[in-house]
Design a protein around this ligand. Structure first.
Ligand SMILES: Cc1ncc(C[n+]2csc(CCOP(=O)(O)OP(=O)(O)O)c2C)c(N)n1
Length: 209
């Protein structure tokens, strides 16, 4: 079991970071094969923006456009189907609050190759910035631990985030990394074409020629 005692115990103690900056940092730490599922909200917009490379856009990404709370269930399915592939779920606080049962399902199934990253800005930002309950004290990392995800931690800052991602890439999971983020606008807008998104993801994962 990983020692996570040096990470902040609560949301209040974590630095407020920028979603695009940490998403870019995550993508830069990936090799090629890892699957990344971006939840609805601005999380997938910045994943889209951070995944543009000189040789084209990263193909092992899936962008959830329609429903809240599905990044973790989709990532769990990918992690189970392809157990040797590291899989990341990036989800907003509003969306994970709508799907808390997914955390205990992940804990019970315990996929070693899954890492959940929660982008917590305390708002439903994409629909106008209405407040979520993390701004009123709900602590996603605490909820995750109580759901059975022992390897859950707040990222103190960008370097701590990179360290936690590095551990998730090397050590057995499941992991959950809580990130406090600001309400800066996303850098780009994901292409609104679900069938193309699915097709590219399946090609990226080698399950469609
Ligand atoms: C089941 C469901 N309820 C409501 C909506 C409308 N909706 C889409 S995104 C969103 C807010 C998402 O908030 P969060 O996950 O915190 O991401 P952020 O916008 O802050 O990046 C809402 C309310 C939806 N698409 N699906």
């Amino acid at each position: 079991m990983a020692n996570l005692a040096n990470h902040p115990a609560t949301r209040d103690q974590a630095k407020v970071m920028n979603r695009f900056e940490i998403t870019r940092r995550l993508v830069s730490l990936l090799k090629q094969d890892e699957a990344v599922i971006g939840g609805i909200g601005y999380t997938n917009f910045d994943l889209w923006a951070a995944s543009e490379t000189p040789s084209g856009r990263r193909q092992q990404n899936f962008y959830m456009l329609g429903s809240m709370g599905l990044a973790v269930p989709i990532a769990l399915g990918v992690a189970i189907a392809q157990p040797t592939r590291k899989t990341f779920a990036l989800e907003g606080d509003g969306s994970i609050l709508m799907q808390l049962g997914a955390l205990s399902t992940v804990a019970a199934r315990a996929p070693k190759n899954l890492c959940i990253v929660i982008m917590d800005n305390g708002t439903y930002q994409i629909t106008g910035g209405q407040m979520t309950m993390t701004a009123r004290g709900a602590d996603i990392v605490g909820i995750a631990r109580a759901s059975g995800l022992a390897q859950s931690a707040w990222a103190a800052d960008e370097d701590a985030f990179a360290e936690l991602v590095g551990r998730a890439l090397k050590e057995d999971g499941p992991w959950l990394i809580g990130c406090r983020i600001d309400t800066g606008k996303p850098v780009d807008t994901t292409e609104r074409d679900p069938s193309r998104i699915r097709d590219q993801f399946m090609r990226g994962l080698g399950v469609r020629k």
